[in-house]
Write a protein that binds this ligand. Sequence first.
Ligand SMILES: [Zn+2]
Length: 308
Amino acid sequence: MTMEATERWDRWRRAMSSAADRHEATRSLDAIGHELGRMLERRSSLAREWSEVGVEVQTHRLGVSGMCVRGTRRVLVRRSDPLLRRRYTVAHEVAHLLLAHAQERAGLQLGWEFEERVCERFASNVLVPRRELAEYVSRCYPEPSVLWLREVARHFRASLSAVVIALSDLGLPGNAAFLLARVGGHPKRPHERGLRTAAAAAPSRFWVPRHQRLASMGFGSLAAWAQDAEPGETRAGVEPSCAISPGADAPRGTADWAGDVPYDAIVVSGANRLVAALDLSQIRRRRRPGRRIHQTASREGQLALTIG
Ligand SMILES: [Zn+2]
């Protein structure tokens, strides 16, 4: 472990332990994730890759994909997992180590689901540096296919889930959109469980709401298939008349883009359940009824407009 790596880790530890609440902890973790993403050199040996940034990686026979030893910089990963999976696990567990510092000092209670989501995002920040991704997308135009997504994942040596989370930070060109979904409830209605969007990347004129049930956006048969299929299974199909909201910051319940959506999907394992590549080229803005303009001549001979 170099002196530089130790000093850097101490700086990160201080940043995390001075976080006063969830929001600050998440912001600090995001910043550390981006910094780590710029630094991490891709190596064929995981242990070497991470020891350069001050993290000790040990490979063991484990019943789970990974674990960390709180209060240290040590991460354990399952020997039988493929390299890409192990790489993701290390980044994810490093986030748990950093969050542990925030919890020690400020006594933050994050809750399991929230912490897992934050760790996933951190792993995506680390493995798929956003600037590099933007360059990649400008060179390789996004296609609405899982194959395209796989190429990106291979390039960054990251999982499909990490890539979709990273793409969701970019406004994509064209008509390709990507969806990551998991089974769960809405934060305000946790009992209403279903396959819901965990992350979505789309062109900026479309907006795919988070936590929305896929079935309520019109992706009923896609959701039903993904619930039953085994990890690794793929499917291509068309969902008739899906509804997606307009604009980058559209509030919920304002969908007025509708049309048929061809998709290409794969069931993934882990916390997430589904990655789907959508072709939004059939989606058109719906015509709002009742906004016809009538022209009528008034008694004085001037033209009056009424909007009905
Ligand atoms: Zn975790």
